[in-house]
Design a protein around this ligand. Structure first.
Ligand code: MLT
Length: 232
Protein backbone atom coordinates (compact mmCIF):
# COMPACT_ATOMS: atom_id res chain seq x y z
CA UNK A 1 0.00 0.00 0.00
CA UNK A 2 1.62 3.23 -1.15
CA UNK A 3 0.71 6.85 -1.51
CA UNK A 4 1.95 8.36 -4.78
CA UNK A 5 4.59 10.61 -3.22
CA UNK A 6 6.46 7.73 -1.58
CA UNK A 7 6.34 5.51 -4.62
CA UNK A 8 9.70 4.46 -6.10
CA UNK A 9 10.20 2.95 -9.52
CA UNK A 10 12.30 0.10 -8.12
CA UNK A 11 9.23 -1.02 -6.18
CA UNK A 12 7.73 -2.19 -9.45
CA UNK A 13 9.51 -5.32 -10.54
CA UNK A 14 7.17 -8.32 -10.65
CA UNK A 15 4.42 -6.26 -9.13
CA UNK A 16 0.78 -5.73 -9.97
CA UNK A 17 -0.20 -2.10 -9.34
CA UNK A 18 -3.76 -0.91 -8.79
CA UNK A 19 -3.95 2.85 -9.29
CA UNK A 20 -6.61 4.46 -7.10
CA UNK A 21 -7.95 7.99 -7.46
CA UNK A 22 -11.57 7.74 -6.34
CA UNK A 23 -12.15 11.51 -6.73
CA UNK A 24 -12.16 11.42 -9.61
CA UNK A 25 -9.66 10.22 -12.18
CA UNK A 26 -9.93 6.46 -11.83
CA UNK A 27 -13.72 6.65 -11.40
CA UNK A 28 -13.84 8.66 -14.64
CA UNK A 29 -11.62 6.19 -16.50
CA UNK A 30 -13.76 3.24 -15.40
CA UNK A 31 -16.92 5.10 -16.45
CA UNK A 32 -15.51 6.05 -19.84
CA UNK A 33 -14.52 2.46 -20.59
CA UNK A 34 -17.82 1.13 -19.26
CA UNK A 35 -19.52 3.47 -21.75
CA UNK A 36 -17.57 2.20 -24.73
CA UNK A 37 -14.48 4.41 -24.93
CA UNK A 38 -11.87 2.64 -27.01
CA UNK A 39 -9.02 3.45 -24.67
CA UNK A 40 -7.58 6.05 -22.31
CA UNK A 41 -4.07 7.44 -22.78
CA UNK A 42 -2.89 8.85 -19.43
CA UNK A 43 -0.57 11.85 -19.75
CA UNK A 44 1.47 13.86 -17.29
CA UNK A 45 0.86 17.40 -18.56
CA UNK A 46 -0.72 19.57 -21.24
CA UNK A 47 2.38 19.49 -23.47
CA UNK A 48 2.34 15.72 -23.65
CA UNK A 49 -1.43 15.75 -24.26
CA UNK A 50 -1.20 18.09 -27.23
CA UNK A 51 1.76 16.20 -28.74
CA UNK A 52 -0.20 12.95 -28.68
CA UNK A 53 -3.31 14.72 -29.93
CA UNK A 54 -1.45 16.04 -32.98
CA UNK A 55 -0.55 12.48 -33.99
CA UNK A 56 -4.09 11.11 -33.74
CA UNK A 57 -6.99 11.43 -36.14
CA UNK A 58 -9.09 14.28 -34.70
CA UNK A 59 -12.38 12.47 -35.44
CA UNK A 60 -11.53 9.60 -33.13
CA UNK A 61 -10.04 11.13 -30.04
CA UNK A 62 -11.00 13.55 -27.30
CA UNK A 63 -8.81 15.73 -25.11
CA UNK A 64 -9.94 15.29 -21.54
CA UNK A 65 -8.95 16.34 -18.06
CA UNK A 66 -8.71 18.96 -15.39
CA UNK A 67 -6.35 21.31 -13.63
CA UNK A 68 -7.17 21.87 -9.96
CA UNK A 69 -10.50 20.15 -10.57
CA UNK A 70 -11.62 22.42 -13.40
CA UNK A 71 -11.88 21.40 -17.08
CA UNK A 72 -8.83 22.57 -19.02
CA UNK A 73 -9.64 25.35 -21.49
CA UNK A 74 -10.05 24.03 -25.02
CA UNK A 75 -10.48 20.41 -23.89
CA UNK A 76 -13.50 18.37 -24.97
CA UNK A 77 -14.31 16.99 -21.51
CA UNK A 78 -13.27 17.71 -17.94
CA UNK A 79 -12.99 15.15 -15.16
CA UNK A 80 -16.58 14.66 -14.10
CA UNK A 81 -17.35 10.96 -14.62
CA UNK A 82 -20.94 11.97 -15.35
CA UNK A 83 -19.79 13.73 -18.53
CA UNK A 84 -18.41 10.47 -19.88
CA UNK A 85 -21.67 9.20 -21.32
CA UNK A 86 -21.89 6.68 -24.13
CA UNK A 87 -22.99 9.47 -26.41
CA UNK A 88 -19.76 11.38 -25.75
CA UNK A 89 -17.17 8.63 -25.58
CA UNK A 90 -18.21 5.51 -27.46
CA UNK A 91 -15.48 4.44 -29.90
CA UNK A 92 -13.19 7.34 -28.92
CA UNK A 93 -9.65 7.29 -27.62
CA UNK A 94 -9.35 9.69 -24.69
CA UNK A 95 -6.16 11.60 -23.99
CA UNK A 96 -6.53 12.09 -20.27
CA UNK A 97 -4.66 14.66 -18.22
CA UNK A 98 -5.39 15.09 -14.50
CA UNK A 99 -3.66 16.62 -11.49
CA UNK A 100 -2.83 13.42 -9.62
CA UNK A 101 -4.53 10.35 -11.11
CA UNK A 102 -2.92 10.17 -14.54
CA UNK A 103 0.47 11.01 -13.03
CA UNK A 104 0.11 8.03 -10.67
CA UNK A 105 -0.63 5.78 -13.66
CA UNK A 106 2.49 7.06 -15.41
CA UNK A 107 4.59 6.35 -12.31
CA UNK A 108 3.38 2.74 -12.45
CA UNK A 109 4.36 2.05 -16.03
CA UNK A 110 7.29 -0.26 -15.20
CA UNK A 111 5.11 -2.74 -13.29
CA UNK A 112 4.21 -6.17 -14.66
CA UNK A 113 0.52 -5.28 -14.53
CA UNK A 114 -1.20 -1.95 -13.99
CA UNK A 115 -4.93 -1.73 -13.46
CA UNK A 116 -7.43 0.97 -12.58
CA UNK A 117 -9.43 0.74 -9.37
CA UNK A 118 -12.53 2.58 -8.18
CA UNK A 119 -15.48 1.78 -5.93
CA UNK A 120 -17.33 1.39 -9.24
CA UNK A 121 -15.38 -1.80 -10.02
CA UNK A 122 -14.34 -2.88 -6.52
CA UNK A 123 -15.34 -6.54 -6.71
CA UNK A 124 -14.01 -7.02 -10.24
CA UNK A 125 -10.59 -5.63 -9.28
CA UNK A 126 -10.50 -7.69 -6.08
CA UNK A 127 -11.30 -10.89 -8.00
CA UNK A 128 -8.59 -10.13 -10.51
CA UNK A 129 -6.07 -9.66 -7.69
CA UNK A 130 -7.06 -12.93 -6.05
CA UNK A 131 -5.76 -14.76 -9.09
CA UNK A 132 -2.57 -12.66 -9.43
CA UNK A 133 0.76 -14.39 -8.82
CA UNK A 134 2.56 -11.07 -8.22
CA UNK A 135 2.82 -8.97 -5.12
CA UNK A 136 0.20 -6.25 -5.25
CA UNK A 137 0.73 -2.52 -4.77
CA UNK A 138 -2.32 -0.35 -4.12
CA UNK A 139 -1.15 3.06 -5.30
CA UNK A 140 -3.25 5.89 -3.89
CA UNK A 141 -2.96 9.05 -5.99
CA UNK A 142 -3.93 11.42 -3.15
CA UNK A 143 -3.84 15.15 -3.75
CA UNK A 144 -0.57 16.95 -4.58
CA UNK A 145 1.49 14.67 -2.36
CA UNK A 146 -1.04 14.44 0.44
CA UNK A 147 -2.98 11.43 1.58
CA UNK A 148 -6.62 11.33 0.47
CA UNK A 149 -9.21 9.69 2.70
CA UNK A 150 -11.30 8.33 -0.18
CA UNK A 151 -8.32 6.60 -1.82
CA UNK A 152 -7.22 5.06 1.49
CA UNK A 153 -10.79 3.82 2.06
CA UNK A 154 -10.89 2.09 -1.30
CA UNK A 155 -7.48 0.52 -0.67
CA UNK A 156 -8.92 -0.72 2.63
CA UNK A 157 -11.99 -2.11 0.88
CA UNK A 158 -9.82 -4.07 -1.57
CA UNK A 159 -7.65 -5.42 1.27
CA UNK A 160 -10.78 -6.30 3.24
CA UNK A 161 -12.13 -8.29 0.31
CA UNK A 162 -8.82 -10.04 -0.34
CA UNK A 163 -8.40 -11.09 3.29
CA UNK A 164 -12.03 -11.90 3.98
CA UNK A 165 -12.34 -9.34 6.76
CA UNK A 166 -9.38 -10.54 8.86
CA UNK A 167 -5.90 -9.15 8.19
CA UNK A 168 -2.83 -11.13 9.35
CA UNK A 169 -0.60 -9.51 12.03
CA UNK A 170 2.30 -9.65 9.57
CA UNK A 171 0.58 -7.28 7.10
CA UNK A 172 2.46 -4.02 6.39
CA UNK A 173 1.48 -0.93 8.40
CA UNK A 174 -0.06 0.83 5.39
CA UNK A 175 -2.34 -2.14 4.75
CA UNK A 176 -3.35 -2.19 8.43
CA UNK A 177 -4.20 1.53 8.39
CA UNK A 178 -6.30 1.26 5.21
CA UNK A 179 -8.00 -1.92 6.41
CA UNK A 180 -8.81 -0.34 9.79
CA UNK A 181 -10.23 2.77 8.15
CA UNK A 182 -12.49 0.73 5.90
CA UNK A 183 -13.57 -1.53 8.76
CA UNK A 184 -14.61 1.54 10.77
CA UNK A 185 -16.54 3.27 7.99
CA UNK A 186 -17.68 0.48 5.70
CA UNK A 187 -21.38 1.11 6.31
CA UNK A 188 -20.98 4.81 5.78
CA UNK A 189 -18.69 5.17 2.79
CA UNK A 190 -20.57 7.96 1.03
CA UNK A 191 -21.15 10.19 4.05
CA UNK A 192 -17.50 9.87 5.14
CA UNK A 193 -16.22 10.65 1.64
CA UNK A 194 -18.61 13.61 1.33
CA UNK A 195 -16.69 15.15 4.26
CA UNK A 196 -13.24 14.46 2.80
CA UNK A 197 -10.97 17.37 1.84
CA UNK A 198 -11.33 16.60 -1.84
CA UNK A 199 -15.12 16.39 -1.75
CA UNK A 200 -15.27 19.73 0.04
CA UNK A 201 -12.94 21.23 -2.59
CA UNK A 202 -15.10 19.83 -5.39
CA UNK A 203 -18.31 21.15 -3.83
CA UNK A 204 -17.14 24.68 -4.69
CA UNK A 205 -16.26 23.98 -8.31
CA UNK A 206 -18.36 21.10 -9.61
CA UNK A 207 -22.06 21.15 -10.40
CA UNK A 208 -22.54 17.43 -11.01
CA UNK A 209 -23.13 14.98 -8.18
CA UNK A 210 -19.72 13.43 -8.79
CA UNK A 211 -18.88 12.46 -5.24
CA UNK A 212 -22.02 10.37 -4.67
CA UNK A 213 -21.53 8.75 -8.06
CA UNK A 214 -17.90 7.84 -7.29
CA UNK A 215 -19.06 6.13 -4.05
CA UNK A 216 -21.29 3.66 -5.91
CA UNK A 217 -20.01 0.16 -5.36
CA UNK A 218 -19.80 -2.36 -8.21
CA UNK A 219 -21.60 -0.39 -10.86
CA UNK A 220 -19.71 -2.49 -13.40
CA UNK A 221 -17.40 -5.46 -13.55
CA UNK A 222 -14.69 -4.20 -15.87
CA UNK A 223 -11.01 -4.17 -14.93
CA UNK A 224 -9.19 -1.56 -17.01
CA UNK A 225 -5.60 -2.59 -17.69
CA UNK A 226 -2.66 -0.57 -19.01
CA UNK A 227 -1.02 -2.02 -22.13
CA UNK A 228 1.63 -0.12 -24.12
CA UNK A 229 0.60 3.20 -22.61
CA UNK A 230 -3.13 2.77 -23.24
CA UNK A 231 -5.73 1.79 -20.65
CA UNK A 232 -8.52 -0.39 -22.01
C1 MLT B 1 -6.83 14.12 -9.98
O1 MLT B 1 -6.32 13.43 -10.87
O2 MLT B 1 -6.19 14.74 -9.16
C2 MLT B 1 -8.32 14.23 -9.78
O3 MLT B 1 -9.02 13.31 -10.40
C3 MLT B 1 -8.80 15.59 -9.49
C4 MLT B 1 -10.26 15.84 -9.77
O4 MLT B 1 -11.12 15.59 -8.94
O5 MLT B 1 -10.58 16.32 -10.84
Amino acid sequence: FFSAQSFQENDLRNKTVVVIDVLRATSTMVTALMNGARGVIPVGDMGEASKISQNLDSENHLLCGEKDGVKIEGYDLGNSPLEYTREHVEGKTLIFNTTNGTKAVKKSMGASNVMIGAFLNLTAVSRYLESSQNDVILLCAGWKGRLALEDTLLAGAIIYKLYGGSLPDTAPDGAKVAFGLFEKYRDDIESVILQSNHAVRLADIVENNDVSYCCKIDLCDIVPVLTDGIIS
